[in-house]
Write a protein that binds this ligand. Structure first.
Ligand SMILES: N[C@@H](CCC(=O)N[C@@H](CS)C(=O)NCC(=O)O)C(=O)O
Length: 242
C-alpha cells in the first residue's frame, strides 16, 4: 500500500490530501513521518520536506510531482482539463497557488513571532503575496471554482495557499489582502463549502491550533533548538544533513 508522508499544517501536503479526497482514493495511507525534522529524515529524503509519496519504498518528493503522478495512475475523476489548453490553464492557476503564494507564505511563516521578525524578509515576501493575490484576482473563476466550473488541481493548490494567507500572514504584521480582491474573496468564500476543501481546511486549522499551542507553551522553541542542534551534530559528522 502506498503511503503519503504528510502533516496537518503542511500546505503542500494538504494540496495532495485534497486531491486524494476529491478523487476518492482510499488505498493511500496518510502518515506523519516519525523522523520528520531529524537528521534521519534528511538522510532518507535529500530535500528533507513533506509531502513524500512512499511507493513500496520508492520515495517520491514534491507535491506538484506527486499530484501529477496521482493523476496519471488514478485518471478518474480527472482533475485536469478536457483539452491540453484547459489543462494548461489549470496548471497555471495551480502554480499561482504553489510558487507565487504558498512558497512565499511558507518562507514567511518563521516571521510570525515578533521576537524573530525581520522587517526586510517580511517586506519582500509579504509584498510578493499581496502582488500575487492581485494577479489571482484577474485570473480566478467566478463560479465557485478556480477554473473550468469544477474542482481541479488548481483548487487543490489554491485552498492551502489562501488558508496560509488568511491565517498566517496577519501574524507577520501584514493585513490579509484577500478581502480587498473581490473575485478572490468570492472564490475563497465559495470553495470553502466544497466538501473536499472543507475537510482539508479542518486539518489545516487543527494543525495551526496545535502549532500555536506549542508556541504558547514554549515547547516549539525547544523542539526547534533541539532539531537545529541535532542537524549541526549530524553535519559535523558528515551524516546527510544539508
Ligand atoms: N516544494 C515542496 C515544498 C515542501 C515543503 O516546503 N514542505 C514543508 C512543510 S509545508 C517542509 O517539509 N518543511 C521542512 C523543512 O523546511 O525542513 C513541495 O511542493 O512539496
Amino acid at each position: 500500500m502506498m503511503k503519503l508522508y504528510s502533516g496537518d499544517l503542511s500546505p503542500y501536503s494538504a494540496r495532495v490530501r485534497m486531491q486524494i479526497y476529491a478523487k476518492g482514493i482510499t488505498d493511500i495511507a496518510l502518515e506523519r513521518p516519525a523522523s520528520f525534522g531529524t537528521p534521519r529524515f534528511r538522510q532518507d529524503h535529500p530535500i528533507g520536506r513533506i509531502p513524500v509519496l512512499d511507493i513500496d519504498g520508492d520515495m517520491m518528493p514534491e507535491s506538484d510531482v506527486i499530484a501529477e503522478y496521482l493523476e496519471e495512475i488514478y485518471p478518474q475523476p480527472s482533475m485536469l482539463g478536457a483539452t491540453p489548453r484547459e489543462t494548461a490553464q489549470i496548471r497555471t492557476l495551480a502554480r499561482l497557488g504553489d510558487i507565487y503564494i504558498m512558497n512565499n507564505m511558507f518562507m514567511l511563516s518563521g516571521q510570525t513571532r515578533a521576537a524573530t521578525r525581520n522587517a526586510g524578509i517580511v517586506e519582500l515576501l509579504a509584498g510578493q503575496v499581496v502582488r500575487n493575490i492581485k494577479a489571482l484576482d484577474r485570473m480566478i473563476g467566478q463560479d465557485g471554482f478556480a477554473c473550468r466550473g469544477r474542482l481541479t488541481m488548481a483548487d487543490c493548490a489554491l485552498v492551502p495557499g489562501l488558508f496560509m494567507v488568511e491565517n498566517v500572514l496577519p501574524a507577520t504584521g501584514v493585513d490579509n489582502p484577500i478581502p480587498a480582491s473581490a473575485k478572490v474573496a468570492a472564490y475563497w468564500a465559495a470553495i470553502q463549502t466544497n466538501e473536499h476543501a472543507a475537510r482539508t481546511l479542518v486539518e489545516l486549522h487543527r494543525g495551526l491550533e496545535e502549532r500555536r499551542e506549542l508556541i504558547r507553551t514554549g515547547a516549539f522553541d525547544k523542539m526547534m533548538a533541539a532539531a537545529r542542534a541535532a542537524m549541526a551534530a549530524a553535519e559535523a559528522e558528515g551524516v546527510g544533513a544539508t
